[in-house]
Design a protein around this ligand. Structure first.
Ligand code: PLP
Length: 431
């Protein structure tokens, strides 16, 4: 069993200098570990404990931590370049070529630094194109921290269906122009379009809402959204910040065979290095003012920095040249299959959901179709389960309505060791 005295000591220090001692709200969970090293499938804390990591820093690590090929390419790039400000680097051109080659909706692409920036740009562009103000998003989906989208995310159960801003200090107009629909409910979406005819600029959706674990789109749902957006003159934005490059080199849009107007990407596109992108149809992308005559502002001092672009090129090259997806999908199946078998054998009510490299164990007896279904999930059981797994060297997401991610560095042995630890913990908790 692991102990963390040095982590706890350092955490007390961290709190002196930064509110809560963490730099993203969801990181404030127990135990407060301080990490000092990461390699492949493993992370190490300040006490030297090793953990098999499935949190993957909320998704970027598709290849594994400190991947030698990616890091090598970043170091090589930094040996000759960094950031120029005015002009374009060869790295930006090479990366743009790769993304437009692989991602079906990406006729053109622009780089920024985070998924939140990417969704902000995509939404503002949609408003400029349509002249409409309103945005549709789904209860439970997360698209970043900015005012356009930060409402009705992980709402308290009694807040579903109500006006639920994610933060104090948000603009009322932004909150009220973002309409909330129910995932997997096309009738509900159509009714919202009908009631707001001519006023909807865009519909933004995580094609698989991984911010609530893994709620799969029902057959025809994404195609139905495509049709409704076309019928009502709104842009369809696939927020592929998690699904992009993780589920396929062409994103989940390639898997689903549904092409949105705009796509946002981040996380797995660069295996942990900071870069994100907004992409889409050329006739729309040309409205950005990076193009002479464009009237939609697009800027950022660090856009296209060598660190992110070199890392992303290297990550995509790995996917082009090695069986990355085949490996992580196979291990995902092994994890889900093994876990289902253990849960069945122990008679614990749970639904193991997932796709490819991603899995979630909902402690409830049926497949959730949308956020409100997750009221049945036993979150307290999960918190205790996670804590005990950490003591055994398995590092998972802080909430089970988030997802766990497998990377190219994980081995079959890692999965089997994890299953063994899970079985021991679950057995213990059952007794
Ligand atoms: N979109 C999705 C689907 C996300 O999961 C996230 C972050 O988790 C974002 C956008 C925001 O990305 P970032 O944290 O890089 O700003």
């Amino acid at each position: 069993m692991k102990n963390y005295p040095e982590s706890l000591r350092l955490y007390e220090e961290a709190k002196l200098y930064s509110p809560g001692g963490v730099h993203t709200s969801i990181r404030n969970v127990e135990p407060h570990l301080i990490f000092t090293r990461a390699e492949g499938a493993y992370v190490y804390d300040a006490d030297g404990n090793r953990y098999i990591d499935y949190q993957a820093a909320f998704g970027p690590f598709i290849l594994g931590h400190n991947h030698p090929y990616v890091n090598g390419k970043v170091i090589e790039a930094l040996g000759r370049t960094d950031l120029f400000g005015v002009g374009t680097t060869d790295l930006e051109i090479e990366l743009a070529k790769k993304i437009t080659k692989h991602v079906p909706s990406a006729e053109q692409v622009l780089f920024c630094n985070s998924g939140s920036e990417a969704t902000y740009h995509a939404i503002r562009l949609s408003r400029a194109i349509t002249g409409a103000k309103k945005l549709i998003k789904f209860q439970g989906c997360y698209h970043g921290w900015h005012d356009y989208v930060a409402r009705n995310m992980l709402s308290a159960w009694d807040k579903i269906g109500t006006r639920d801003p994610g933060s104090a200090g948000m603009m009322d107009e932004a909150i009220d122009n973002t309409l909330i629909c129910t995932f997997n409910d096309l009738e509900n979406v159509e009714e919202t379009f009908r009631q707001n005819k001519g006023e909807i600029a865009a519909l933004i959706v995580e094609p698989i809402p991984h911010n609530v674990g893994c709620i799969l789109p029902q057959p025809g749902f994404l195609a139905g959204l495509r049709q409704l957006c076309t019928d009502y003159g709104a842009l369809l934005i696939f927020d592929e910040v998690i699904t992009g490059f993780r589920h396929d080199i062409g994103g989940f849009q390639k898997v689903a065979g549904v092409t949105p107007d705009l796509t946002t990407m981040g996380k797995a596109m660069a295996n942990g290095f900071p870069i994100a992108a907004v992409a889409g149809k050329k006739r729309y992308m040309q409205r950005f003012n990076t193009q002479p005559g464009g009237d939609v502002w697009f800027a950022g001092t660090y856009n296209g920095h060598a660190v992110g672009t070199a890392a992303s090129i290297a990550t995509i090259e790995m996917m082009e040249n090695e069986p990355v997806h085949e490996h992580v999908f196979r291990l995902g199946d092994r994890m889900r299959g093994g876990l289902r078998e253990i849960l069945d054998r122990l008679g614990i009510e749970a639904y193991v959901a997932g796709f490819g490299s991603v899995w979630t164990t909902y402690f409830m007896g049926f497949e959730p179709k949308h956020y409100a279904d997750l009221q049945h999930n036993d979150a307290e059981f999960y918190v205790a389960y996670r804590k005990k797994l950490i003591e055994r060297g398995i590092f998972k997401m802080p909430m089970n309505i988030k997802r766990n991610s497998i990377g190219y560095s994980h081995t079959e042995q890692d999965i089997d060791d994890t299953l063994e630890a899970m079985e021991a913990v679950l057995k213990d908790m059952k007794n």
